[in-house]
Design a protein. Structure first.
Length: 271
């Protein structure tokens, strides 16, 4: 959550929030801010166009990881056409620095960029981790990719299933896909990447920058300082999508009238 100047708002309590499920208020059953451990997966695009940005990322890694605590863990996954875990989750941030620096030497992940396929792999890896920490993925990419048989809806479902927010640092020629032209039917098996959309749907943030290192620490700080709210879901049909709205209570809204709240768009009822 940020104010009108993009600064993190960090002084809110449980009573400052309201949660609605399909427009119906729900009591908040659990509230946390910064005390929960964090599992942060760095998902790094190692395609040829990203090498310079990865070097900038490595140069700022030590300072960028500083906001993380002793109980937080970080992992590194690399991707191009294929993806693989380079460094399993660890609290040794020196290892993370080394793996970011070595990412540019990854030569066995194929040519091209498959963002959605990498996100599906990242979500699957997170689902295999113990449920003892908050989960987030930070992808660093130029958002230039054509997804083959990995539509956004599948990625969103996978991220919801992994209980993970997606954040993104988008580099260089990053762009949002153009909307389809009237009368043009798109092949659902080939879709352009839209990390902006995926981040927004999962409660994360996507920022576009010229230099990766400039925003690396800022994004980690924002991810680390997020609020976590939980409530008891009402009865629903298995597989039904339920829309969520998170807003400030009136008193908090009067203090922060231009606050920007990022929250997941909803969830699928358990089947």
């Amino acid at each position: 959550m940020t104010d009108s100047r993009g600064r993190t708002i960090s002084d809110l309590t449980q009573k400052d929030f309201e949660v609605l499920d399909e427009a119906q208020p729900r009591p908040i059953a659990y509230f946390d801010h910064e005390s929960e451990p964090l599992n942060l997966l760095l998902l790094l695009d190692v395609s040829g166009s990203m090498h310079r940005s990865l070097m900038e990322l490595a140069a700022t890694a030590r300072a960028a990881l500083h906001p993380l605590g002793t109980h937080d863990r970080v992992g590194v996954m690399l991707f191009a056409r294929e993806s693989k875990v380079r460094q399993p989750f660890t609290a040794d941030f020196g290892l993370i620095e080394s793996n970011i620096a070595g990412a540019v030497k990854a030569e066995d992940l194929g040519s091209g960029t498959a963002i959605n396929a990498a996100l599906l792999s990242a979500a699957a890896y997170l689902r295999g981790q113990p449920p003892d920490a908050r989960r987030a993925i930070l992808i660093v990419t130029d958002n230039l990719s054509l997804n083959y048989r990995a539509p956004d809806e599948d990625v969103i479902r996978a991220l919801y299933s992994a209980d993970a927010a997606l954040d993104a640092i988008l580099i260089g020629k990053q762009r949002r896909p153009d909307p389809p032209k009237p009368g043009v039917v798109l092949n659902p098996d080939f879709t352009p990447s839209d990390v902006f959309k995926l981040a927004a749907q999962t409660g994360g943030e996507a920022i576009d920058v010229r230099q990766a290192g400039v925003s690396f620490g800022l994004m980690i700080e924002r991810i680390r300082s997020r609020y976590r709210l939980q409530y008891d879901a009402p009865p629903a049909e298995p597989g039904e999508f339920r829309r969520i709205q998170v807003r400030l209570a009136p008193q908090a809204r009067s203090r922060y009238p231009k606050a920007l709240i990022r929250a997941r768009a909803g969830y699928y009822a358990i089947q």
